[in-house]
Design a protein around this ligand. Structure first.
Ligand SMILES: [Zn+2]
Length: 334
């Protein structure tokens, strides 16, 4: 039963430069991108040590061994974003041929390491880091994109069953597309207005900036609550299971280092609440977030994992992948 104990889900958006090529150049974020492989190796080791399961929501492009393979799986119809700077296909001719000569846009070898570890899940972050609420794209484009993501994953014998929508841009109409393609769960946003702004592209720029600052503050101080979820309550309508995010694990910030203990404390408090009340706590971040100040970030994560271990022993708080969590929810609905 899903309400007999609390659950701990971690999802990581594995995307390399495809996640933000419109915002930052490789040079501006080189250290983070270059260290992403090392970060994933350390994530696997630390998770093994504490028996924590991870879900890597992976951009489909990163399944490709090289550019030829990427192009082979490219959908016939690609989105025609009004904001042309969002189009990843437009920069394809500028990227290298494979992981060896362009480690910022290819990631096949580390993906193989994740799969071989066998303790974790590889889900999708769409094939092309697809923006579901941007104008210039439609449901058909989305369907072709997700189909490509599922097809290319078969090369690594991976059956995709969970999705994280890029930038949490969320179009309710597309959920049925995912469900029909065999995807069982998605990561929804926190149940708070502060976290749902990206769903309204019309929002003025200034409000976006204010909300960003408030969201940052919320990482350290409890402004919006714990965001833990009673799974029985949130999934009675949707066919695809919503496993909403509880908290973004913000990377170590040198300028705010005095506040770091508050950030971790806030996470632990929410974990304790979930463990005691048999709820879900869903933590997420990007592996590249740990690429700078790596040791500090891993110290924080180990602190969180130690708390998990304690709660696991005391309250049977349980670590799950998105799909193992979704399967439990589905079993309880039958
Ligand atoms: Zn992303």
């Amino acid at each position: 039963m899903i309400n007999d104990n609390g659950h701990f889900v971690i999802s990581l958006d594995y995307e390399l430069h495809w996640g933000f090529f419109d915002l930052k150049s490789v040079e501006e974020y080189q250290e983070n991108l270059e260290n992403t492989r090392k970060v994933i190796e350390r994530l696997l080791d630390l998770s093994d040590k504490y028996n924590v399961k991870l879900t890597f929501a992976t951009v489909g492009f990163l399944f490709a061994k090289n550019k030829d393979e990427l192009i082979e799986y490219m959908p016939e119809q690609t989105p025609d974003y009004a904001k042309t700077e969002l189009d990843p296909y437009a920069i394809l001719e500028d990227v290298g041929y494979n992981e060896k000569d362009d480690p910022y846009h290819f990631g096949h070898s580390i993906l193989k390491r994740i799969i071989e570890n066998n303790n974790h899940e590889v889900g999708t972050h769409t094939f092309s880091h697809y923006y579901c609420t941007e104008s210039g794209q439609n449901k058909n484009h989305f369907k072709e994109d997700i189909t490509a993501a599922l097809d290319i994953a078969e090369n690594l014998n991976t059956n995709i069953e969970s999705i994280v929508f890029p930038r949490n841009m969320f179009n309710p109409e597309y959920l049925d597309v995912c469900y029909k393609l065999g995807i069982k769960s998605y990561r929804g946003t926190e149940d708070s207005f502060l976290y749902q702004l990206e769903n309204s592209p019309e929002s003025p720029y200034y409000s976006w900036q204010i909300f960003r600052v408030l969201r940052m503050l919320d990482s350290y101080l409890n402004l919006t609550g714990k965001h833990t979820y009673d799974l029985k309550k949130i999934n009675n309508k949707d066919k695809i299971i919503n496993l909403p995010q509880s908290r973004f694990l913000r990377p170590y910030n040198k300028n705010l280092k005095l506040l770091e203990p508050f950030k971790i404390r806030r996470i632990k408090k929410a974990m304790q609440h979930a463990a005691k009340h048999n709820e879900l706590f869903h933590l997420w971040w990007h592996p590249h977030n740990f690429g700078m100040h790596m040791n500090k970030n891993f110290e924080n994560l180990e602190d969180i994992f130690k708390e998990y271990k304690r709660l696991n022993e005391k309250h049977q708080f349980k670590s799950e992948t998105m799909t193992s969590m979704a399967n439990k929810v589905i079993a309880s609905l039958i």
